[in-house]
Every structure is written in structure tokens, then in C-alpha cells.
Design a protein around this ligand. Structure first.
Ligand code: FAD
Ligand code: FES
Length: 478
């Protein structure tokens, strides 16, 4: 299911890494974080090599909604109460600055990516209390934001909205591909291991002075322990033609209502249904989205539909900075919580400052932080999910269930005494995989919308034959 962005842009092919080499900086991952970091490093006079498991933009960046905004849902009231004013100001300032940096880079490089200024809105369907608190928190942080009452442009009733003026949207892949052309990149090159000052891939290795993990979910478990700090959430998007001519960009405060943004040429991006990866066994999200859209705009035409996932940290704030105190040359940028456009720009700026000038990260983003108040509640829930995923007992489906799996359907079945993931394709052929995720052993679950096996613990995903669709795992199944 190619995203609208993939349907409407094509990037240059880069060869696979073969053989051994050296680099000042190795960047793992060719999404917006990796590409922007390598680009900023280049501007600072530092060369880097990007190693990308798939194609540039083949991860979440190619499936984003592409709103460039410092308004990250309902964030700032919570941030102020849990992180305090100084850190909230850091967060606000660097994300606001990030919007302007996109504009500056697009102008400087002459990139034609549909960058358009637009106001950004968070709306609520029922209760506007939290919106008013958010508007007040944003005002305290000097944002040009206000509570505006009803979101009048939307085709459904809202209880109210907070508006942040003068943000932007763009075509994320046209932007990414333009920058990627200026960088040294190896595609279809998955990093399998980091050992003895080098990253190792199937056909080669690169020794590094500095290493940046820009692979969305960090692939090294220890040190860092990111697997205890983050889950992944998946969302569903459509591109529609012939519906509304919206001016603003909208997101629901509680993820119950749709997310919307215009994309030019009479196209609207319309999506929703945030769900933890591995928790969509029955599917139906795309059908529901289209039905919902057609209640608003009966004649609208489906141009594309796709889904993507992003990391959700336990305290909702990204980790940007040193990967671990134990590894002084490793850096990380992750946990963008579906606000990765300005967060990636913030990360590229911060990591370039750290590598090129020995600066520190911002306190708010420091991966070494441990905000008990912010983390405690979610930690209990998330670690509970991780542990229960790891420990899930022998839930066995009778043999008949395996025999009777219908075409186009999947089941968890018992096969020769082992639990297995079984999918029967449209031609009647069965595809069988072990049921334990190759990352840390949680039990895989079916995603009927995406025809994929997903791990609810940290969001690794596999196709029906066990090839990796998404990390953090670096090992295919089977
Ligand atoms: C549905 C959805 C809508 C969103 N909408 C918005 C929005 O409107 N505005 C906003 O600001 N943010 C949005 N986000 C968030 C934003 O899209 C992401 O945070 C951002 O794209 C993440 O970029 P990234 O470069 O960190 O990760 P990715 O784009 O996923 O890139 C990581 C890359 O690393 C590669 N990789 C992984 N493992 C390895 C390995 N072992 N070796 C080599 N390469 C590896 C992957 O193949 C991938 O290409 C949205 C997210 C989702 C899911
Ligand atoms: S156990 Fe970590 S992604 Fe599956």
C-alpha cells in the first residue's frame, strides 16, 4: 500500500554497501532524522555515511502526514506541569525554530516540495476544558496560540480548538529526496551489529568516530534500554480527492476524531485510528476511514491509503542526545510520538552541535533523564504490556484452526507441538512462521489491514514470509 507521497515522488537509487570503509560519522537510517542530521553535519564540514536498511524514506517518513508544526497535540500544559518552565521553553523554542529551518533549507537548496504556510489546530469533539488549559500553557510559553472556539472549517461538530498560527505542510519525500542527493548513502544495507567501533552489515562494515541511531526505534538493546522506554503506535491514512478545500491542519486532542491536512491538487490527507502496533487483528481501519470520509463528502475519491508507526516514549518526550553514558561516541534521536518533522529538525540541530562543537543536548530531551512524575504511570502500563507479551503462555489454537484457515486470513496455530503464525494466501498456499518475535521474543499478532505480523512489545513487523518490515529487530523470522 504505497503512500500518497510514494505515489507522487521518486528518489534516486543508492547502491548497497559492499566491503569495509571508514567514516567520521555513521548514521543508521535514511528517514527524515538521518537525512537531516547528515545534511546539517555536512553544512558544519563533517562527512558522514548513511546506512539505510530499505530505501531512503522507506520508513515512517514516507508514511507521515507531513505537518510541520510545533503544536504537538495537547502537550504543553502537561509538559509545564511535569518538566517545568525551563525545559518546556527549550522544547517550544527549538520546535518553533525548526519550522523556520525547514523554510530556510527549502529556500537555500531551491527544493520544490509544496511547502505551504498554514495554521495548525488541535480540536476536541466533546469537552473543551483541556483545550483552554493548553491555550493558556502555550501563551505562557510565548506561542502565538489561542483558543478559538469551534473549528468552523471542519465538516463535523467540535467542542472547540486551539490554533497555532503560521506553521506549515509539505511533500515530505520531495524534500527528503532532494537533500539525499547531496549525501553519501547506502540503501538496502541493514546494520546488523555494532561492535568494536564499527557497524556491521551483510556485505561490509564501516568504522566510525561517531555513530548516530536515526533508525526510529534503536536497534541496540543494551546499553540504552530503549526497549523498556518505548512502544510503537500505528495510524491509518488516506489521500482523498474531491472533498474539502481546507486551509488549516487539524488533529483531535484525544485521537478519537480524524487528522486532516490539505496536500494541493484537490487532495486531502485524512486519517486516524491510532492503535498500538500488534493490536489490530481484525482490521477494518481503512474501510472505516473511507466510510467516515464519505459521510462528510459523499462523492470523494480514494487516491491512496496506507499506514505507518512511530515510537511513543513513556513520558511523551523524545530522546535526543547521547545513546548511553556507557558509549560516549553514540547518539540517538527517537521517540517522536508522531511529531517527527520538527523533532527531526531539532534532533539534527542538537546532534550536529554535539558532534561538531561538543555542545550538550537540551535538558528536556536528554536520554539520561528520569522524570519520575512523568514516567511512573505510563511505565507501569507499558512495561506491563512488554512483560505480558514476553510471558504470554501457551495459548494453543486447535489443529483444525490451522487446517481451516481461510484464504486471505491468518491464525495462531499449534503445529508439531510449536506455536506458529499461519497465513493462507489467496492462491491457497500457507505461509508459516514461528510465533516469537526475533527481537526479544514477544508473541506476534496479526494485522489484518496491513497483511503483516506485528509485535506489540516494541513494534517490529514482518511480512507473511518473515522478512523485516520494521525494526527494532535486525533478524528476519523463520
Ligand atoms: C501515521 C503518522 C502520521 C504522522 N504525521 C506527522 C505529522 O503530520 N507531523 C509530524 O511532525 N510528524 C508526524 N508523524 C511522525 C513522523 O512521521 C515520524 O516521527 C518521522 O517520520 C520519523 O522519522 P525517522 O527518520 O526518525 O524514522 P523513519 O522515517 O522510520 O526512518 C528510519 C529509517 O531507519 C531504517 N532502519 C531501521 N533499522 C535499520 C537498521 N538496522 N539498519 C539500517 N537502517 C535501518 C528504516 O528502514 C527507516 O528508513 C507521523 C507518524 C505517523 C506514524
Ligand atoms: S520483542 Fe521487541 S519488537 Fe518484538
Amino acid at each position: 500500500m504505497a503512500s500518497y507521497w510514494h505515489q507522487t515522488a521518486q528518489g534516486k537509487e543508492h547502491e548497497e554497501l559492499a566491503g569495509d570503509r571508514e567514516a567520521d560519522v555513521v548514521v543508521i537510517g535514511g528517514g527524515i532524522t538521518g537525512v537531516l542530521t547528515a545534511y546539517m553535519l555536512k553544512r558544519a564540514g563533517i562527512s558522514s555515511v548513511i546506512l539505510e536498511a530499505d530505501r531512503v524514506g522507506g520508513g515512517t517518513t514516507g508514511g507521515t502526514t507531513g505537518k510541520i508544526t510545533a503544536q504537538h497535540g495537547l502537550l504543553y500544559a502537561k509538559l509545564l506541569s511535569e518538566f517545568g518552565k525551563e525545559r518546556s521553553r527549550e522544547y517550544a523554542a527549538i520546535n518553533l525554530e525548526a519550522v523556520e529551518r525547514f523554510k530556510e533549507i527549502i529556500d537555500a537548496e531551491g527544493i520544490d516540495c509544496g511547502f505551504t504556510r498554514a495554521d495548525s489546530y488541535v480540536y476536541a469533539l466533546q469537552d473543551a476544558t483541556a483545550l483552554k488549559e493548553e491555550a493558556e500553557a502555550m501563551r505562557r510559553l510565548s506561542f502565538d496560540a489561542e483558543y478559538v472556539g469551534l473549528a468552523k472549517e471542519l465538516p463535523f461538530p467540535t467542542a472547540g480548538a486551539v490554533r497555532l498560527k503560521d506553521q506549515a505542510y509539505f511533500h515530505p519525500l520531495k524534500f527528503l529526496y532532494a537533500l539525499a542527493e547531496k549525501l553519501t548513502i547506502f540503501e538496502r544495507t541493514r546494520v546488523l551489529e555494532v561492535k568494536d567501533g564499527a557497524v556491521h552489515t551483510k556485505l561490509g562494515s564501516v568504522r566510525f568516530k561517531h555513530l548516530v541511531f536515526a533508525c526510529r526505534y534503536p536497534i541496540v538493546n543494551i546499553p540504552g534500554y530503549y526497549f523498556l522506554r518505548m512502544s510503537q503506535q500505528r495510524s491509518y491514512l488516506t489521500a482523498l480527492r474531491g472533498c474539502a478545500d481546507l486551509k488549516g491542519m487539524y488533529v483531535d486532542a484525544n485521537s478519537n476524531g480524524p487528522t486532516l491536512r490539505p496536500a494541493g491538487e484537490d487532495v486531502l490527507i485524512f486519517g486516524g485510528f491510532d492503535v498500538r502496533s500488534g493490536k489490530n487483528p481484525a482490521g477494518g481501519k481503512f474501510t472505516s476511514l473511507l466510510q467516515q470520509a464519505r459521510t462528510f463528502w459523499p462523492g470523494c475519491e480514494l487516491v491512496a491509503q496506507w499506514s505507518a508507526e512511530d515510537c511513543r516514549p513513556i513520558d511523551n518526550v523524545p530522546y535526543i542526545g547521547l545513546y548511553s553514558e556507557a558509549e560516549p561516541a553514540w547518539y540517538v534521536a527517537t521517540g517522536f510520538n508522531k511529531w517527527g518533522m520538527t523533532s527531526a529538525m531539532a534532533a539534527a540541530t542538537i546532534l550536529t552541535g554535539m558532534i561538531a562543537e561538543g555542545k550538550d543536548t537540551l535538558k528536556v530531551y536528554a536520554p539520561a533523564r528520569f522524570e519520575v512524575a512523568a514516567s511512573a504511570k505510563n511505565l507501569a502500563g507499558d512495561v506491563g504490556e512488554t512483560v505480558s507479551g514476553l510471558l504470554k503462555g501457551i495459548y494453543s489454537v486447535p489443529e483444525e484452526a490451522f487446517q481451516n484457515v481461510e484464504r486471505g486470513k491468518a491464525a495462531l496455530a499449534e503445529l508439531d507441538g510449536e506455536r506458529a503464525c499461519v497465513y493462507r494466501d489467496d492462491s491457497g498456499r500457507t505461509h508459516v512462521l514461528p510465533s516469537r518475535c526475533s527481537h526479544l521474543g514477544c508473541r506476534l499478532e496479526w494485522n489484518a489491514d496491513d497483511t503483516a505480523w506485528e509485535c506489540p512489545c516494541h513494534g517490529s513487523r514482518f511480512d507473511i514470509d518473515g522478512a523485516i518490515l520494521d525494526g527494532p529487530t535486525v533478524k528476519p523470522m523463520g
